[in-house]
Design a protein around this ligand. Structure first.
Ligand SMILES: [Zn+2]
Length: 249
């Protein structure tokens, strides 16, 4: 397996435009590369791994999807990377390949709180303020609380603000509230607030040592997952739900 990792982003390159319509998928890309001299590859797959730009082995070529809009010059370099006879040739090709800027897809737009859930969101917002005073010296920022009807396996989620200006937020699963009740939902809110605290105090957002220590301090379970019983009186019986680890927040 030969892989080409991305190293730098700031290399400039000569763009050679030939006016051909850009390939739209892996097959079209393979077709295009064959026109440019690729012979050793039987299959082509598009990837999204941000670190690996191009890799090949066993007749398969994997290319980051960001290369679909690459210039002819860059596509030729991919061919040379695979087929090149000399090391120097392949090296030069690598430089051209990694210089191609990858445009990552914009993140999916966050959904909004359903109109009927606004009241719950507001109530949780009040609790956010209360918990903030009680456990964080009132130092946490006010963040919007969103009720998600999509979240099924996760109870809650803290999202840090993004460099493009989207604010931080806490999302709480509506089905969690319905299945497990208000007390458990408040527990989840506090869990997410510990992630918020991690974020705002420069800790990594995870379930590591800083999370565990703070979770104990504020009186919640210091774990990524919680196993919860469905609240009594509901038809589903004793259903359990795990909280997902790490990024879920
Ligand atoms: Zn968490």
């Amino acid at each position: 397996m030969t892989r080409l990792f991305r190293r730098r982003r700031d290399l400039s390159q000569l763009e050679l435009g030939f006016g051909a319509a850009p390939p739209r998928d892996a097959d079209e890309l393979l077709e295009r590369l064959r026109q440019l001299g690729l012979t050793r590859i039987k299959r082509c797959r598009l990837t999204r791994n941000r670190n690996v730009m191009v890799s090949f082995g066993a007749g398969e070529l994997r290319v980051h999807e960001g290369y679909l809009d690459a210039s002819e010059n860059v596509l030729r370099a991919i061919v040379t990377f695979v087929e090149g006879r000399t090391r120097a040739e392949r090296r030069a090709a690598q430089r051209v390949i990694v210089a191609h800027p990858i445009r990552t897809r914009p993140p999916a737009r966050r959904d909004r709180t359903h109109e009927e859930d606004l009241e719950i969101a507001e109530k949780l917002g009040d609790w956010h303020g209360r918990y903030n005073n009680r456990h964080f010296h009132g130092r946490l920022k006010r963040v919007p609380i969103r009720i998600s009807r999509r979240m099924k396996s996760r109870l809650g989620h803290y999202t840090a603000s993004t460099p493009v200006g989207e604010s931080a937020e806490i999302a709480i699963s509506r089905s969690h509230l319905r299945k497990h009740g208000w007390e458990e939902t408040l527990h989840t809110l506090l869990h997410e607030m510990v992630h918020q605290w991690q974020d705002e105090t420069g800790h990594t957002i995870d379930h590591g040592a800083s999370f565990r220590a703070k979770a104990r301090e504020v009186g919640i379970a210091p774990y990524a997952r919680r196993v919860l019983a469905t609240r009594p009186g509901r038809a589903e019986g004793s259903q359990t739900l795990g909280r997902r680890a790490a990024r879920d927040g």
